[in-house]
Design a protein around this ligand. Structure first.
Ligand SMILES: [Zn+2]
Length: 219
């Protein structure tokens, strides 16, 4: 089955404003990315048929995020100093602390936002990048669905920063203590930003290119 796509109609869609523009003449369907990128007549953004080097960039950002996920979990995320002494808390010891002091909803939020969601994003995006790189025809609809879910979860990634802020505020009100963010917090913030950039770099249309190009209309 031959689908009608912008790419096949000789059109380029702007990534920013969505305007369709005709592809410059003289460039075949395969040489589109070799010539300098044309500009969108409406918003002047560079036009590409697909995000350039999408899978490579996604991999680079994912590997960086996966490496930083280790210090984010091992290094202290909060440093508390009071007249009773000082204490360093990692994400996990924070969760255990909230759980044992009966603040189990807070423990659940921190576990979901700091451990589960980043882990799921890393695994899912790696799966998407890997299957796309191999030109897999496996469950394109479900894979696109996974990508949509990742994009939806993305907006909740900052939830943990909110929890840390809340904790700092609570401690400030309840006791005479100095509470500061530890090096783990910086690593964790980098993981959040890098996974967001990784999901932005991935072009979900690549999932469908393989399927549409190896159909009856083989190129
Ligand atoms: Zn535009």
């Amino acid at each position: 089955m031959k689908y009608q796509t912008a790419l096949r109609s000789g059109l380029l869609a702007c990534h920013i404003c969505g305007r369709l523009s005709p592809r410059p003449t003289g460039s075949g369907s395969h040489s589109a990315q070799r010539i300098p990128a044309p500009r969108c007549p409406r918003c002047n953004a560079a036009l590409h048929a697909r995000l350039p080097d999408s899978v490579t960039r996604t991999w680079a950002l994912l590997i960086a995020a996966a490496l930083l996920y280790i210090p984010a979990n091992l290094l202290p995320i909060l440093h508390t100093a009071s007249i009773l002494g000082s204490q360093d808390d990692t994400i996990m010891s924070g969760i255990v602390y909230f759980w044992t002091t009966g603040e189990w909803p807070l423990a659940c939020i921190v576990f979901i936002a700091s451990i589960l969601v980043p882990m799921l994003k890393l695994v899912t995006l790696s799966l998407l990048a890997w299957t796309t790189q191999r030109g897999s025809r496996w469950r394109p609809q479900q894979r696109t669905g996974l990508y949509r879910t990742i994009e939806k979860i993305g907006r909740w990634s900052m939830l943990d920063v909110f929890v840390i802020t809340l904790t700092v505020a609570l401690v400030h009100f309840q006791s005479i203590a100095m509470i500061t963010a530890g090096p783990g917090a910086l690593a964790f913030a980098c993981v959040v930003v890098l996974t967001m950039l990784a999901s932005m770099s991935f072009d979900p249309r690549l999932i469908w290119d393989t399927i549409e190009n190896t159909g009856p209309h083989h190129e």
